[in-house]
Design a protein around this ligand. Structure first.
Ligand code: UTP
Length: 301
């Protein structure tokens, strides 16, 4: 039977948010299906999980998210169409990911916050540690970001939150951790002494912001059940973690890699350019195009 401190076998992808920052694009299509070059954002995270040895994928969905389920389902008609025409490269591209994962879905009903989204996976996760991946944060890293976190988890044997140093003016957009800097736990690993959700700049205990990767233990579910809703009626994961900190140590880890926050428009645009430039088939002509642009056009108008 799976145990509280066993291996990480499951990754939860909360995807029930409304994606209001991308309206009107997200009116009839989930933001997780917005495309970076030719792959939906959520697939980058799923591939990271698989490359980190985690192939049981739990996606938390809500209304209007059917495209995500269709994307990871077998597309019989499309496959036979491509097969008949000998389009093997395209066939392989759509088959590969569905063959590599075992995917389950759970509905959140109402988007009552990230903590609540994690809580609705309680029965699917059971009594074992698990990962949470926020697909918005697309991380280019080698080894993959989740693999780095699993390695830390195996050493510290406790929940691990990915953190990143952000400019001080940005702390109020994140959960922020306070750490015990005197304890030496290895490169980029810290014991957390406190957490606070979206602090004002002057109240922030550090500039170490929590980003979209977590390794959690199943006692987070009890902590979330005991966590009060915030002013907007949502259960925040950071608040649940703060409660859990009363009972056990939590750890922060600074991932080595490049993170793109594709949940906001500027971050999304940067990610498109970043990944396009790294594509063997597109990188060179795309770079030439970018170099040919008059970058002053439109500025200030
Ligand atoms: P965000 O804070 O980015 O919210 O959620 P959002 O609704 O997706 O986007 P905006 O701010 O309206 O543009 C962070 C992550 O938590 C999930 C989201 O799907 C996203 O992956 N989430 C958030 C849920 O699954 N349920 C919730 O109730 C809230």
């Amino acid at each position: 039977m799976a145990v509280m401190n066993g291996p990480i076998r499951k990754a939860v992808f909360p995807a029930a948010g409304l994606g209001t920052r991308f309206l009107p694009a997200t009116k009839a299509q989930p933001k997780e299906m917005l495309v970076l070059v030719d792959k939906p954002i959520i697939q980058y995270g799923v591939e990271e999980a698989v490359q980190s040895g985690v192939d049981n994928i739990v996606i938390v969905t809500g209304r209007g998210k059917n495209a995500i389920e269709d994307h990871f389902d077998v597309a019989v008609e499309l496959e036979s169409y491509l097969e008949q025409r000998g389009q093997t490269v395209q066939l392989e591209a759509i088959r590969k990911i569905t063959q590599l994962i075992n995917v389950s879905y759970v509905r959140q009903g109402e988007p009552l916050g990230l903590g609540h989204a994690v809580l609705v996976t309680k029965n699917l996760i059971g009594n074992e540690p698990f990962a949470v991946i926020l697909g918005d944060d697309v991380i280019d890293a080698d080894p993959p970001a989740l693999k780095q976190m699993i390695d830390v988890y195996e050493r510290v044997q406790g929940p691990v939150l990915a953190v990143e140093r952000v400019p001080e003016e940005d702390v109020s957009s994140y959960g922020v951790v306070a750490i015990d800097a005197s304890e030496s736990l290895g490169r980029g690993v810290y014991r957390i002494t406190d957490l606070v959700e979206k602090p004002r700049r002057e109240d922030a205990p550090s500039n170490l912001a929590i980003i979209g990767r977590y390794i959690l233990t199943p006692d987070i579910f009890g902590a979330l059940e005991a966590t009060a809703k915030d002013g907007r009626g949502e259960i925040q994961l950071t608040d649940g973690l703060r409660r859990l900190l009363r009972d056990r140590p939590l750890y922060a880890y600074e991932i080595e890699g490049v993170r793109h926050d594709t949940g906001n428009k500027l971050g999304f645009l940067k990610a498109v350019v970043y990944f396009a430039l790294r594509r063997p088939d597109l990188g060179e002509p795309f770079r030439r195009y970018l170099e040919s642009l008059d970058l002053k056009v439109g500025v200030g108008h």
